[in-house]
Design a protein. Structure first.
Length: 224
């Protein structure tokens, strides 16, 4: 009598050469029967270098933006009140006048005229009132450009313009000429602004850029 055959054991995964052996958490990961080496952790030096590069890149970008595109300016006086108040901070677009001409009504930051030796502030901010080739006359509390009354909606009701105490009177008999390549600027606070009535028109090349938004304080944020 023939003895019954022993049942053949079913090979499990550990016996199957085509199946990867299970690995622990700290073992190399097995893929397709091959082991993959675990990445070495970053050294402290490598991480530090990465942060130096990131911070350095951010600083470089900020310098480039300030040099050619945007710059923040602090308002130190009330000469542009109520449009700008003392302590406001504005952003200035330094590319504006590389793309188009200066426009009447623009609020511009410009280099302090050499004749203004009474202040150490390097840049001033005023509004463009007269354009190249025009004549400015100040009469009866108003500004006239080439004989036409200038509409100034940015001035509060009741504000008048006078040149009685200014160096340049800009009368009808002796109007103030704005040469080509220059503009006439004035502060919105006409009774407390030392502007073109005192130092004359400014060269367009001295304009740093156009102020277009108040960014500080938060309750003053708004376009100009």
């Amino acid at each position: 009598m023939t003895a019954p055959e022993e049942p053949t054991p079913d090979p499990g995964p550990a016996d199957d050469p085509a199946v990867a052996e299970p690995v622990g958490d700290d073992s190399p990961v097995a893929v397709g029967g091959k082991r993959r080496k675990e990445k070495a952790p970053k050294s402290a030096l490598t991480s530090a270098l990465e942060w130096v590069l990131v911070i350095g890149g951010a600083v470089l970008l900020a310098v480039i933006v300030k040099a050619v595109l945007l710059q923040a300016f602090y308002i130190p006086s009330a000469s542009m009140y109520p449009t700008l108040k003392e302590g406001d901070r504005v952003l200035v677009n330094k590319l504006s006048y590389k793309l188009h001409d200066v426009n009447r009504g623009d609020v511009v930051v410009f280099e302090r005229p050499p004749s203004e030796t009474t202040t150490a502030i390097p840049d001033l901010i005023k509004r463009v009132v007269g354009l190249p080739g025009e004549q400015v006359v100040i009469e009866n509390g108003h500004v006239y450009i080439d004989g036409q009354l200038l509409d100034e909606p940015y001035l509060p009701d009741g504000v008048t313009t006078s040149a009685d105490n200014a160096v340049l009177k800009c009368t009808r008999a002796e109007p103030c000429d704005v040469p080509e390549g220059e503009v006439w600027v004035m502060g919105d606070n006409r009774n407390d602004s030392k502007d073109s009535r005192y130092f004359g028109p400014i060269d367009e090349d001295t304009i740093v850029g156009r102020a277009f938004i108040v960014v500080w304080p938060l309750n003053r944020i708004g376009m100009l």
